[in-house]
Design a protein around this ligand. Structure first.
Ligand code: ADP
Ligand code: ZN
Ligand code: ZN
Length: 724
């Protein structure tokens, strides 16, 4: 009997593969179950060899081979190899991240069947008489007698009551059949569409002109009709029988967006986001792999979906933070999309009204194609932008007198008003009026947020809650005052100032739960609310046709932040928020309330807009040598004992220093210095060239991972970090 040595990627935090014995050769990409210590784990075959340079007696045999052929197509295997090298991440965990949960657990691919409804014709006669008094049932019977259709398709026209009645009367039955591949291609038909304007037509032509791989940045102001460009550019792709993947930010995935694609192409659109169950996810995964689905719209991790015949990737709102994973394998879906499109030899379209400086730089230096949409589509005009000087004005609930007056005029004109503030709860701190002590979460050393609905203190880092104290923990005074304002306070304030107008608060506290956000947004569209108060959620994706005024509060902190990306993030937020106003025929305006109206960044952004501002920021980054003009990586460590995490990073710094090619800052405390009782430090590495950074990491990682300290702290590598 021949013996094979199988290299397996096992889901453990170690940067290596493990060798197991097997009686047969196995293909790369098959799943196997293997003994690992006392556990049994599901791993992925990386390679098979007939010889082994080590002590064969120490090797264990595989338990089971779970797949007869590779579960991952070659494109995804290549992508996983790239991820492992680029992010310096343990290979077993990379494969783990790339697979749907059920496949990670070793489950087999399910049988892919669906129920069809078939007409039964008793005695070869149409049951016209039997159904004479039930016209709906008769219509349904006639429909299914022409084609045997999936139950889901029949239910789009006829309710299940009607279908069940036919089954009970013996004139219809359901049968289970495998889902046919490429069924979507026969259903595909194009609905009516608006005529593209000149800029849109140029963008569509540019996209359709691409053959093979190319990345195109579509920089279009909010409301300029980017989605319409995607829709029209996709026609050719879908008509050629090719599948498409559309990536959107987490909260940008609204039913509104999905419906536009379904209506335009008349085919099912599969949706992948965090609320999709593991079983549904696996079904979609398998159908995409077999070309049984034409369009998938999904958030970040949908980039790992296998496709039999992928024709284009679109990544909308490409500047959005949610494309970057912030734990485990810290990948950026945008960068992954570039690699994937390149490997597939297909176009990638990145769209945004406020592009990231990374993508903008790539477009300006011609690595990406660059197309601009400068005007709003249809009859809508761009909202005007203004600064409201809050200095020395009386403030009520965090609102300046001038702000209140503007809100009043818009409400009186029967329009909707959107008020943005970047904090949840009633107030970001509870402070003692006598001694200045603020109530803090001890595990995170950070002030508790004060809530009124229901009354409590809650930590934003660890979510720990406790009752609102009656007395100061430091001096015993009972004079405790909430300091600063959050959404709850603005809501209470507006209810007091404008009691005659209905209001809704939209933040992650108020929209928790399935479909809650979608239902609130529907009511907003029906104008059941006139005042909307909320956080970032309001800035993303949704169009509010009746909003004519956007008020932005509490942004001054970003002007003085230590994070070099803060101005970029602020500008993107303000631009996206302004874009919510004046969608339809009503012109809109945005007012940003500030105590720093003379700040040059604000002045530039408000007067010149994102396009000019972002190019100015790029110049600044070039002069200071910050990304995208250099590359960065952060080594993070956390432990209950602060000294351990500091020492681990100090030691890592020495290992990284041997080549003397990197700039290093740290170890310094992370922006979030303490969380859930653990002290967090970071070491920031930067280099002018990516190869230098990778080389230094590859060189130092064996020593770092083998050090005694590395097992005493939680540590991670973050390549191209988006926050610190
Ligand atoms: P974006 O994705 O850039 O925010 P959308 O594609 O959603 O913009 O378009 C904004 C609005 O303008 C939508 O209501 C859309 O139906 C409409 N629209 C887009 N393109 C056209 C066009 N060529 N003619 C008329 N209306 C259009
Ligand atoms: Zn006190
Ligand atoms: Zn806490």
């Amino acid at each position: 009997m021949s013996q094979w040595f199988i290299e397996v990627a096992v889901p453990v935090p170690l940067r290596q593969t493990f060798t197991y014995l097997s009686g047969s050769m196995l293909e790369k990409g098959c799943r196997v179950s293997v003994p690992f210590g006392k556990r049994t784990l599901v791993g992925i075959v990386i390679s098979s060899h007939s010889t082994y340079h080590g002590n064969v007696n120490k090797l264990k045999s595989l338990h089971d081979v779970l797949d007869a052929s590779p579960i991952l197509p070659p494109i995804l295997l290549t992508l996983c190899d790239w991820l492992t090298h680029y992010y310096h991440h343990p290979i077993g965990e990379v494969f783990h991240t790339a697979l749907p949960v059920l496949l990670r657990k070793g489950e087999p691919l399910p049988k892919d069947t669906h129920l069809l409804v078939e007409a039964v014709t008793p005695n070869d006669e149409a049951p016209t008489e039997l159904l004479a008094r039930a016209p709906k049932q008769l219509a349904c019977w006639q429909f299914i007698s022409q084609h045997t259709e999936p139950l889901a398709t029949v239910n789009k026209q006829f309710s299940s009551v009607v279908v069940n009645a036919l089954i009970e009367k013996g004139v219809a039955r359901t049968i289970e059949k495998p889902v046919m591949s490429a069924g979507w291609r026969t259903n595909l038909h194009l609905a009516d569409k608006p005529t593209a304007n000149r800029e849109q037509a140029a963008a569509i032509a540019a996209i359709n002109h691409i053959s093979g791989f190319s990345t195109l940045l579509l920089e279009g102001v909010t409301g300029s009709g980017k989605t319409e460009v995607y829709l029209q550019a996709l026609e050719q792709v879908l008509l050629a029988g090719k599948q498409v993947l559309i990536l959107v930010p987490e909260i940008g995935l609204t039913p509104q967006t999905v419906r536009r694609f379904i209506t335009r192409f008349g085919i099912d659109v599969a949706v992948l986001h965090s609320q999709v169950t593991n079983t549904e996810r696996l079904v979609i995964w398998q159908r995409a792999k077999e070309n049984k689905i034409g369009i998938i719209i999904g958030t970040r991790s949908a980039i790992f979906t296998p496709f039999e015949n992928l024709g284009m990737i679109i990544l909308d709102e490409e500047h959005d933070d949610s494309f970057k994973q912030t734990d485990g394998l810290r990948y950026h879906a945008r960068d992954l999309a570039v690699i994937r499109a390149k490997n597939e030899g297909i176009p990638l379209v990145l769209g945004s009204g406020s592009p990231s400086l990374e993508s903008l730089n790539n477009a300006l230096n011609k690595r990406y194609q660059h197309v601009l949409l400068t005007a709003r589509a249809g009859a809508a005009v761009m909202p005007t932008q203004h600064l409201l000087d809050a200095r020395e004005q009386p403030l009520q609930y965090g609102l300046a007198a001038g702000t209140i007056a503007i809100i009043k005029s818009h409400l009186e004109a029967n329009n909707q008003v959107l008020v943005f503030i970047n904090r949840k709860g009633y107030a970001p701190a509870l402070i003692c009026h006598r001694c200045g002590h603020s109530a803090e979460c001890h595990r995170c050393e950070q002030p508790f947020t004060v809530y009124q609905k229901p009354p409590r203190l809650q930590c934003q880092r660890c979510e720990k809650t406790k009752p609102v104290p009656l007395r100061c923990a430091a001096c015993g005074s009972s004079e405790l005052i909430p300091s600063g304002a959050g959404t709850e306070q603005i809501e209470a304030g507006l209810a007091h100032l404008f009691p005659q107008y209905s209001q809704v608060r939209i933040d992650s506290d108020s929209v928790r739960g399935k479909d809650k956000l979608a239902n609130i947004l529907k009511k907003v569209d029906r104008q059941e609310y006139q005042l909307l108060v909320g956080t970032q959620i309001l800035a993303k994706g949704h169009h509010f046709p009746h909003v004519t005024l956007v008020v932005v509060l509490g942004c001054d902190g970003a002007l003085y932040s230590a994070d070099f990306r803060a101005p970029e993030k602020l500008a993107q937020l303000v631009t996206q928020l302004a874009g919510r106003a004046g969608r339809a025929s009503k012109p809109g305006e945005m007012w940003l309330q500030t105590h720093s109206p003379e700040h040059p960044l604000l002045q530039d952004l408000i007067c010149n807009g994102y396009q000019a501002f972002s190019r100015y920021l790029l110049q600044e980054r070039r002069q200071t040598g910050l990304p995208p003009y250099s590359v960065q990586c952060v080594l993070r460590a956390e432990a209950v004992n602060a000294e351990l995490s500091y020492n681990f990073l100090m030691q890592s710094r020495h290992y990284l220093d041997t080549l003397n090619t990197l700039q290093m800052v740290g170890p310094i405390p992370a922006m979030v210095e303490k969380k859930q009782g653990r002290y967090r430090f970071m070491l920031i590495l930067s280099a002018n060239k990516r190869s230098v950074l990778h080389h230094a990491l590859r060189n130092a990682l064996p020593s770092i991972t083998q050090s005694a300290l590395s097992s005493k702290v939680r540590w991670s590598i973050d390549v191209d970090p988006m926050d610190f």
